[in-house]
Design a protein around this ligand. Sequence first.
Ligand SMILES: [Zn+2]
Length: 364
Amino acid sequence: MMTRRGFLLQTAAAGGIGLREYEPKSTLRVPEHPVARAKFPVIDVHTHVFGLGRKTGPQDLAQIARWMDECNLQTLLNLTGGNSETIPGILKMMAPFGGKFLTGAEPMWNRATEPGYAKWQAAELEKCKQQGARSLKILKTLGLVLRDQGKLVKIDDPRFDPMWDAAGALGMPVLIHTSDPAPFFQPINRFNERYEELQNHPDWSFYGKDYPSKRDLLDARNRVIARHSKTTFIGLHVANLPEDLAQVGQWLDQYRNLNVEIGARLGELGRQPRTARRFFDRYQDRILFGTDATPNAGKEFPQQDLKPEMFRCYFRFLETEDEYFDYAPSAVPPQGRWRIYGIGLPDGILKKVYRDNAVRILKL
Ligand SMILES: [Zn+2]
């Protein structure tokens, strides 16, 4: 008897193809309604126009501004603006574009192990606010990268309490990324639904070593949200649990200061279109449009490459009831081998998600 694995090897040896070369073309004939331009003006609250090592210049901003007009994007919020030393330069570059670009601030992680950090960081955030920063972004650094004497620093470590409180007092929402997709916490084997992506980027895996579980990370984040009820939190990537919208719904019921953003998670939302649609109905005042848009993200991250095609995937998902289409502009789906279905939101909800919730929550 041939095992299943043996059979696959034999067909490859007999001239079959490997998974990497497999690019099936759908033979379905279903109506297609690509959306070139959003139906209503859009605010994207999750972009990395600056930061993350990118050297964005005035020419890049001019190109992005043209794309924004083309797609009906009113404003992009750059979350990775850094600190009081980098923010003024970024604001200066953004100034000629009349409100099209806004920026947020980030904590200075490299000082987190210094004595007096807690108070210093709170004061630093106030300085950033005075300069014009709108928000505070927390990368997955907190929980998965930042270490003190070799040990990973917990998300709810009390040294950050003054910072969370300052964000609340200053009216700066905290946009927080915690953990990562569920498959990144599972073994990289044939049962992993993002096997190919993890094969290409084994360093994205947080399985094993001394990493906490995804659940532990999210629980620690939720304790911060509970402890700082006067601070507004925006859980990025559907509060980093798009795999379980029922659970995210429970959190939204429980924590009135929590909202969610949908960036780079069309691949999850769009393969549960009925559940997602009910989620958008129920939490229509607490969901913000975001994409994680990053200039020149390239082939590596087509789902967040800051280009019109990328935004159009979101428009099609939110506005149409199209079936079985790509969640990213690339030949092979980058995050997993599946396609998505639109949820056809009515105008009232669309306006809130595209813009109005961001205006209210970010006090724009
Ligand atoms: Zn991001």
